[in-house]
Ligand binder design. Structure first.
Ligand code: FAD
Length: 376
């Protein structure tokens, strides 16, 4: 067994770190956070340097990690413009790939993935948006909330109910994933302001009033959207785990630098046993998160995803990010809340919520392991 990543992946990591240190300068990160503005210029530069490359998933994973290590809000914004597009790679037909995937892959268009609505977040099968057939087309009605890229995306991969569920236990049936263009008549997006963290990313509420969706925009089969969404979560959760590892490593970098400063100033706190314990504890948790993330990624990238391993990585890494940010902020006291550790603290919390809350990850882990017994 070899725990090292291939040379070319490490080379991508080096380039990603260099890019982030050059582009995500502290004053820029702080400005985009304060103004809650999407950094489109940074997105374009990151794209031009080849960081958003679905054919190099390990490269994308370590880019996510290194970008979020320098600044989570800018880092994520730079690699999220193709959000959800894996569903077209896996389930899209040739026409859909040509029309919607190619422009995203060329950096010309932005996509979003719209599942959550006011009636359901964790409980995906409980969503309220509806898709009804009329005159050979479909009409989309309803609303989606907390949608990343919501006010900047050209199109969305959106889940709506197209037929009533056969029974309460089978609510996941009758849901359809469709491509919806943001220029459609009856579509409106309102940017959400004042969210806790990840403020450089664009989040919006979307409304749909009799939006026409051509039958050719159904992804996969009608009524099978729930299963596609679950497959997508097996991918996206690994990238959230990588974001979380990056955030945790970022606050840890700042902790080490801070202790170094204390030492230089002869401050005894640098030598306290509790300080040594904090360094050791966080280093161990971060390393464990990284290994869990790489393990889950290795299953996925070898076309053998393991949902339990994915949820373990996402749950543990997200909690580690939030825990590490809290501990470092606490240790730095007033210095913590007046430096960018404050922003990391706010950004870290979001990783425990999106793409499945920690509670949902734990439910999946328990369900999978109890089903599987000791067979794996
Ligand atoms: C910044 C941001 C960006 C987002 N971007 C997107 C996006 O691009 N696309 C998209 O579709 N969604 C997006 N989301 C939504 C996100 O996926 C949901 O917030 C998340 O799935 C949780 O759903 P909820 O907020 O409705 O909380 P709820 O599902 O209402 O959960 C509330 C609380 O109850 C707990 N809970 C829920 N069910 C159970 C259960 N069965 N057992 C135990 N505890 C439970 C949860 O863990 C949580 O603590 C985004 C959210 C944020 C904050």
């Amino acid at each position: 067994m070899d725990f090292s990543l291939p040379k070319e992946v490490e080379e991508t990591r080096r380039r990603a770190r260099e890019f982030a240190l050059r582009e995500f300068l502290p004053e820029i990160a702080s400005k985009y956070d304060a103004e809650e503005k999407y950094p489109d210029g940074i997105r374009k530069k990151a794209f031009a340097e080849g960081f958003l490359n679905f054919s190099n998933p390990w490269g994308l994973l370590v880019t996510m990690e290194e970008f979020c290590r320098v600044d989570p809000g800018l880092g994520l914004s730079a690699v999220v413009p193709a959000f959800g597009s894996e569903v077209l790679l896996l389930y899209g037909n040739e026409e859909q790939k040509r029309k919607y995937l190619d422009p995203v892959m060329k950096g010309e268009k932005i996509s979003g993935f719209a599942i959550t609505d006011s009636t359901a977040g964790s409980d995906v099968a409980g969503i309220g948006a509806t898709l009804t057939r009329k005159d050979g087309k479909y009409l989309l009605n309803g609303q989606k909330i907390f949608i990343t890229n919501g006010a900047i995306a050209d199109h969305f991969y959106l889940l709506a109910r197209s037929s009533p569920p056969p029974s309460e236990e089978k609510r996941h049936r009758g849901l359809t994933l469709v491509i919806v263009e943001s220029r459609s008549k009856g579509f409106a997006a309102t940017q959400l302001k004042g969210k806790l963290g990840m403020r450089a990313t664009n989040t919006a509420e979307l409304t749909f009033r009799d939006v026409e969706v051509p039958p050719g925009n159904i992804i996969g089969e009608e009524g099978k959207g729930f299963y596609i969404v679950m497959t997508f979560f097996n991918i996206s959760r690994i990238y959230v785990a990588a974001q979380s590892v990056g955030i945790a490593q970022g606050v840890f970098d700042r902790l080490l630098a801070y202790i170094g400063d204390l030492r230089k100033r002869g401050n005894p706190a640098a030598e306290f046993e509790s300080t040594q314990f904090l360094v050791a504890e966080l280093a161990s948790r971060i390393e464990a998160s990284r290994l869990l993330t790489y393990r889950a990624a290795s299953y996925l990238f070898n076309f053998n995803p393991d949902p339990a391993a994915t949820s373990i990585a996402k749950y543990f890494a997200a909690e580690t990010a939030a825990y590490a940010a809290g501990k470092v902020l606490e240790f730095m006291g007033a210095d913590g809340i007046t430096t960018d550790v404050e922003r990391f603290y706010r950004d870290a919390k979001i990783t425990e919520i999106w793409e499945g809350t920690s509670e949902i990850e734990k439910l999946i882990i328990a369900r999978m392991l109890l089903q599987r017994g000791d067979k794996k």
